[in-house]
Design a protein around this ligand. Structure first.
Ligand code: 4NP
Length: 153
């Protein structure tokens, strides 16, 4: 079974949205993939996703209120096949923790599935208004479609 970990800073806005969007697509498509999420920071450990993230996904019949925040740990390199940072800061943070080339090869920025090599970040919506969360949803929705297509090949 493939195992995917999505990663952002706080693990309450972007990466739980990505986890929930992937979880729903995986279930609908009958795929055998496990998905989890983590934050590079420990600010929101054990917290539920930001209410704005929960509400944004509820518009698409997707309930992520069961998810809880946790921090990325080095052992995640052993437990996951793909580690998917949302932005360049998260990417840099995780790459620094990699112990080997094999670890580093697992780390792929989400938007590079749609725009290879461009290193486009999913913007942090935490300090902005609700429209930021809709934009984040659109970006993640498109990129995760491509990610799941790539994995199936
Ligand atoms: P996330 O958003 O990384 O998408 O979960 C953030 C959540 C919390 C904070 C920053 C970003 N914070 O500074 O507490």
């Amino acid at each position: 079974m493939q195992k995917i970990l999505t990663v952002c800073l706080g693990n309450i806005c972007r990466s739980p949205m990505a986890q929930g969007i992937l979880r729903k697509k995986i279930s609908e498509r009958g795929m055998d993939i496990k998905v989890d999420s983590a934050g590079t920071a420990d600010y929101h450990v054990n917290e539920a996703p930001d209410p704005r993230s929960v509400e944004t996904l509820l518009k698409y019949d997707n309930d992520i209120s069961d998810l809880r925040g946790r921090q990325f740990i080095t052992e995640d390199f052993d437990n996951f096949d793909l580690i998917i940072p949302m932005d360049e800061d998260n990417y840099g943070h995780i790459i620094k923790l990699a112990r080997s080339k094999e670890d580093s090869r697992k780390v792929k920025m989400l938007m590079n599935y749609l725009y290879p090599g461009e290193n486009i970040s999913v913007p942090d919506p935490y300090f902005g208004g609700p429209e930021g969360f809709d934009r984040v949803y659109e970006m993640i929705d498109k990129a995760t479609d491509k990610l799941l297509q790539d994995i199936q090949r």
